[in-house]
Design a protein around this ligand. Sequence first.
Ligand SMILES: Cc1ncc(COP(=O)(O)O)c(C=O)c1O
Length: 467
Amino acid sequence: MTGVELHRGPPPVPLVGDGERVPCVDGEQRPYLSCDAAASTPAFGHVLERVEAFMPWYSSIHRGAGYKSQRATEAYEEARAATLRFAGRSGERDLAIICRNTTEAINHLAYRLRLSATDVVVTTVVEHHANMLPWSRVARCRYVECAKDGTFDLADVEAALDAGPPPRLLAVTGASNITGFLPPLDELIDAAHRRGVPVAVDAAQLAPHRPLPREADYVAWSGHKMYAPFGAGVLVGPRALFADGDPFLAGGGAVDLVDLDEVVWTDPPDREEAGSPNVVGAVALGAAIEQMEAVGWEAIVAHDREIAAGLRSALDHMAGVRLLGPDVSTETLPVATFEIEGMPHSLVAARLSAEHAIGVRHGCFCAHPYLMRLLGLGQAEVEAFRNEVRRGDRSRMPGAVRASFGINATQGDVDRLVSAVAELASGSPAPVAYLQDPRTGDYWPEGGAGPSWPGAFRDHGSTCSPG
Ligand SMILES: Cc1ncc(COP(=O)(O)O)c(C=O)c1O
């Protein structure tokens, strides 16, 4: 014994597809390193097994007398119960609506709350567009500003809640998809409730990393960000909100009786799930919840903290790299968004991919107002870029590069990303030329020893700037 305590974090959980090899420009195939968990995660093995086991029993649900329909209905309802358990709710007061994803869940809620153009929703400039645009089209948004480091605190939100006219809702993210910033959710919810204001939490980023806030009135999240990429998401809220009035989607499955001039809507949650539901997606999401429960929050959070600390402090100390967001001593999710001095974000992402087999996200991350603030861009600059984009030229789109990790990450993965970024930041010349496509803003390697990427890749683009 040396007397030195070696810290051993909890073991990461492998995901489907880990270690698949992909081509690089030097002709080598390398194991792919996904640093894009904040966008979408591969599936848990348990999820895939559960889906495969379910497929022979797949059938229509809720409207079939056959054995398979009964069994599929049971699987779907078990998954719904799992989402309520995951959100810390009993099924008596609250219900879970299975939908496509967080975006749909928040649009659903925005429709159901029946706000009017003069109603105020307090939200923040940190939000993903999914928790901004649905509110700004049905109500007046009062935005909580962030500081230069991309954070806000309880007092900022309290000031917005106390300004007149009184708000109808606080809509806030559980965690930022750009900086990993974790707003003080419990305090915010408590402050809003003391003022009689209900709270909707966008938990898209929170769900795979931290327990969902039990006291929030409404919570929305997506299966594909928590290891169940089969197209299901959830909206949880009080049953009472959905008991009366038109559902968000009208159609079959949502009704008890229809005549040509009258409709009797059925009880929620079926009332809110018109059309044939995504049964496989729900089963997958239920299985992901089971797997996360088996690992446990203590291990998940400890792993996250270790990965976040290693990632963010390495990038923070790196010459030529600027880490955006809060100080590294602040707890965040394992997400790091950064710029390399003098190198466009789309070129950084292209080189990490083509030379190192590392997948990152680059661009504006579907949270344009937040990223513009983090980059310190003024209105005039933003307007100039906007005009260029309107002319179809994305070559100077502002943006940054984001590396984000999930439950499968090891410190070795972080080291591999960090050393690739260090190589680029040191000015090491590219082994091949990269040409930019002004239509998408993407850079593409030209030539090289290996098989070049299919030309078809280029049409789709890879920057998230259109988001
Ligand atoms: C914080 C946040 N909210 C909402 C969303 C939207 O999620 P989805 O695309 O699954 O609807 C995302 C996706 O990146 C996100 O990061």
